[in-house]
Each structure stands twice: as C-alpha cells, then as structure tokens.
Design a protein around this ligand. Structure first.
Ligand code: 3PG
Length: 216
C-alpha cells in the first residue's frame, strides 16, 4: 500500500463505518475459529471485522479472515509501528488503536493503513483533527462518559464522527447511534468467546443479524 494522509484515512474509515451499524471487536484465541467466526458475522450482515492484536494467533487470524468473501478485515489494538507493519503484511485493510501517538500515526500513514485512532477528550479529538483525522474511535466509551459525553462533543466538534467502543452492547448501542456524530459502534458482544470456542456459528450469525435488525 502507498502512503496515506489523515484526511484520506478518515474518508476510507467513514466508508467502512457506513457498511454496518456494528464493527465486531474480535479476540481470536484459536486460529481454527477464524474462518468460521468471520464468515458467520459476514453472513449475519456485519462485514467489517476488527481483529485485536491481543492474542498470539491474531495476525494469522487476520490473514485467514482476509480470504472471506465480502469481509473487510482490520487490525485492532495497534500500539507500535511494528504492529502496523505486521497488520499490513497479514492483510489488514484498516487499523484501530485505543489512543493515538504521533509515532503510531506516522507509521500508519507511511504504510498506507487507514487508522481509526482513539480519543476520549476534546483536546485529543482536536489534536487528531489537526492531522486530518475527522473519524475517530471513542474508547473506552461507557467508562469515559458514554452517549451523553459524545452528545456534548457534537455541539462543539460537529465535524468529527465517532465509533464508540468499550462497554457497548445491544442494550445501549442505539443511544449512541441516535446521535448526529456517530456512524457505527464497535463491540465484542456479537462474538462471545463461549459461542466462538464451541464453533456455534449459527449463534454468532444470529447475534449479528439481530444487531442489524435492531440497529441497522
Ligand atoms: C476493545 O476491546 O477494543 C473494545 O473495548 C471492546 O470492548 P467490549 O468488549 O466492551 O465490547
């Protein structure tokens, strides 16, 4: 991938956020679940898959999921430039980070990886905006003030679109999605470890399709 600017990254991430109301946040412990899990979510109507770099097989899981027709696979929990290089090599087409540093942003831009960087304050959002990042993750969403906080930011920073993640569930997702500055939410509730480890792909597909039916 060639270089990418912050504005270009945000343009691409806005397109990605518009694909579905929920980005599943995936913690893949066993590589043999990657294809089944990703395929079930895509079948259920959630094509955007964020695989967190928090397990030993995460990069291989990204490579597996990148083969799924109709899926858009990204790498989450990006912290270092090495994470970015590894994610791109594995086939990630977007990246997500809990916060942002100039080192991480530079690495994503140099590697052409559209970064959905995290912010939890007006100052952090403004700093990202100065670099062109008008689409941002809001993490940890519930703990950092939830929908009321984002509603307040919509008044003063209406040009920023957020993807709240962290503590989001089917019960509170619509509180976020009803706001003018939210395009989608992220969450792990659509891919619980119990169903994943049991290879219960029908259950995962149903969680995804229920989310689309109620939030889409
Ligand atoms: C993440 O792991 O990036 C998100 O915080 C997921 O949070 P959740 O498990 O509360 O959905």
């Amino acid at each position: 991938m060639g270089k990418i600017t912050g504005a270009e990254a945000s343009k691409r991430n806005l397109e990605i956020c518009k694909l579905a109301p929920v980005i599943p946040v995936l913690v893949v412990d066993n590589l043999d679940t990657a294809n089944g899990l990703g395929s079930a979510l895509v079948r259920g109507g959630l094509p955007v898959l964020e695989v967190t770099l928090r397990t030993t097989c995460a990069l291989e899981a990204i490579a597996e999921m990148a083969k799924i027709k109709g899926g858009v696979v990204g790498a989450g929990t990006l912290i270092t430039p090495k994470d970015v290089e590894n994610a791109v090599a594995a086939g990630a087409t977007f990246g997500v980070s809990p916060g942002a540093t100039s080192t991480l942003i530079d690495a994503c831009e140099a590697n052409g990886l559209p970064l959905l960087a995290g912010a939890t304050s007006a100052s952090e959002s403004m700093a990202l905006m100065e670099r062109g990042y008008t689409v941002q993750k809001f993490f940890p969403a519930q703990a950092a003030g939830g929908a009321p906080f984002l509603k307040s930011l919509a008044s003063v920073l209406p040009q920023i679109t957020f993807c709240p993640t962290g503590g989001v569930s089917l019960a509170n997702a619509s509180d976020y999605l009803s706001l003018s500055n939210i395009e989608c939410v992220g969450g792990s509730w659509v891919a619980p470890g119990s169903a994943t480890n049991a290879h219960d792909w029908d259950a995962i597909e149903k969680l995804a399709s229920d989310a689309v039916a109620q939030l889409g």
